[in-house]
Write a protein that binds this ligand. Structure first.
Ligand SMILES: *Cc1c(COP(=O)(O)O)cnc(C)c1O
Length: 227
């Protein structure tokens, strides 16, 4: 069942890469498994997926205990500062850094365990009031400030596009994020790279790949609707 879903998504990703003249290896598929039981994650793991995305600290901690250790866990949801310490050791990439205060806490906790933690800056590209993320116009300044912290590394940008029926409606936002990442990369800030663009979900990942996504985060398309 889930294997069939995954196969369909893989086909779509391959087609998008072809249209954009990109190599399949340039795009990482994250299976967004929030609210889904460990049995389902195991099923997808057995299909070869090693990147899983969760939006709650507690869910990462609980699931990690029960699943193989070679899984890369991605924190994709809003992160409260008091919970950073619970995931600092085991998270592969934090996608949702949108304030200096949060970055500071990640830095403190990472320093304690002598780790350098990779993070993305979350940008609220459509300026939706319902969403977290820094405004595009403030992303460069935030990146420059965070770059001075020793125990985390900015690796790129993340964005959640609006919910739309027609994925073409989000192409403009993916283009904006891509342009912003090129602009920030051009500043050559020490310790900052813009190699990762985490954008595109079930409804719009094909368009996101065409516009330069290096990570797509797909939940519903793999695991089915959430309650
Ligand atoms: C839930 C979630 C996704 C996956 O959404 P789907 O539409 O189910 O693919 C992707 N990114 C973030 C940040 C999410 O919270």
């Amino acid at each position: 069942m889930l294997a069939e879903n995954l196969k369909q998504i893989e086909e779509n990703i391959a087609k998008s890469c072809e249209r954009a003249k990109r190599r399949r290896e340039e795009v990482t598929l994250i299976a967004v498994s929030k609210t889904k039981p460990v049995s389902m994650l195991n099923e997808i793991y057995n299909c070869g997926i090693r990147d899983f995305g969760e939006n709650k600290v507690q869910e990462i901690c609980e699931k990690r205990e029960q699943l193989p250790k070679d899984i890369r866990w991605h924190m994709i949801g809003h992160l409260q500062r008091n919970k950073v310490k619970h995931i600092i050791r085991d998270v592969s990439l934090i996608h949702s850094v949108d304030t200096y205060r949060l970055a500071e806490e990640i830095n403190i906790q990472a320093k304690k365990i002598k780790r350098i933690v990779p993070v993305l800056i979350e940008v609220n590209i459509a300026e939706e009031t319902s969403k977290f993320g820094i405004a595009a116009g403030e992303a460069l300044q935030l990146t420059e400030e965070i770059a001075k912290l020793d125990n985390l590394r900015v690796k790129g940008l993340m964005s959640i596009a609006p919910y739309v029926d027609n994925p073409e409606d989000n192409r403009q936002y993916f283009q904006k994020i891509k342009k912003l990442s090129v602009d920030i990369a051009r500043e050559n800030i020490d310790n900052v790279s813009m190699g990762i663009l985490s954008m595109g979900m079930t409804g719009d990942y094909t368009v996101a790949i065409e516009e330069g996504a290096t990570i797509v985060r797909v939940g519903t398309g793999i695991f089915g609707a959430r309650n």
